[in-house]
Design a protein around this ligand. Sequence first.
Ligand SMILES: [Zn+2]
Length: 330
Amino acid sequence: MKSLMTKLLNLPGIIVEDNKEIEGTLILSVKVENKTALCPRCGKSSHHLHENKRYLVKDLSMSNKQVILRVNRRRFKCKNCRKPFSEILDFVGNKKNFTHRYAEAITQQVIHSDIKNVAKNNKLAAEEVESMLKNIAEKILPIHVEKLRILGIDEISLVKGQGKFIVVLVDLETHKLIALVSERKQSQIEKVMRTWGEKVLSQIEEVSMDMTGNYKSLVKKLCPNAEVTALRFHVTKMIHEELNQARIEQKTAAKSLNESERVKLFDSLKGSKYTLLKAEDKLSNRQKEKLEKVKEASPLVRIMHSLKEEFHVVFEDSKNWAEGTLKLID
Ligand SMILES: [Zn+2]
């Protein structure tokens, strides 16, 4: 029987062993439920506990109380390699002092505010917020297509009247973005869809797209069991919601990110030296590779990056990003 605190914490596979409150902050001692861990060197499972190692990690608040997890990252001894190893925890990055979900929540706030304010509101240092943004940008967010049955394909224009579109693929049952393709080319969309694998492609029952039917032949080719229907969803609205989430008022029924939102988004990140915010043509090959990896993996980052590229077009003759943004704000 799981304890109430374990249920409330709601981190799969993690149990709360103990909890106390210190100056209004909840300190939860947690550990992985599983009594074994896999050796990262040889892949064999070990149950020989070598050492308990505790460290502190910030997590989402509970009922307005700050929550700090006292995590036991156990060390095991591998009988095969005869060496100790630390278990891998999936809810927190290596050497990070915040959980992935906490960093995600903070990132969502930054998109609609700025680093300074979010830091202040959450009693964090600006550097900590920056570090979380960076973590999110670098983290490979899993995109789940295993259960995809109803696919939506739509196009959104990034800058009105400039003819630049991205193609958006959505799971219409979960309302989750599953891919963004930066060009309206069939070959690009095909490339993305192929990565889902035969099994997923053949289990797709329905594909919904606009009446122009641009991608009809592609869908017929890739998804043998799918019926093509007319568009009946609003992709831009979904993206907006995805970027929005809780806390943010839903009253702006914006068709897509409006200019001031873009300014905010860009502004909030401009002080950071992320790969994502460098002009793409000035990146080293290693940085380009990394960028591709991140863009492939994360819809959110991809949108952010697409918007950034748009700014670049708008401010081609500005010497740098900061200057371009200042111009825009003026
Ligand atoms: Zn081993």
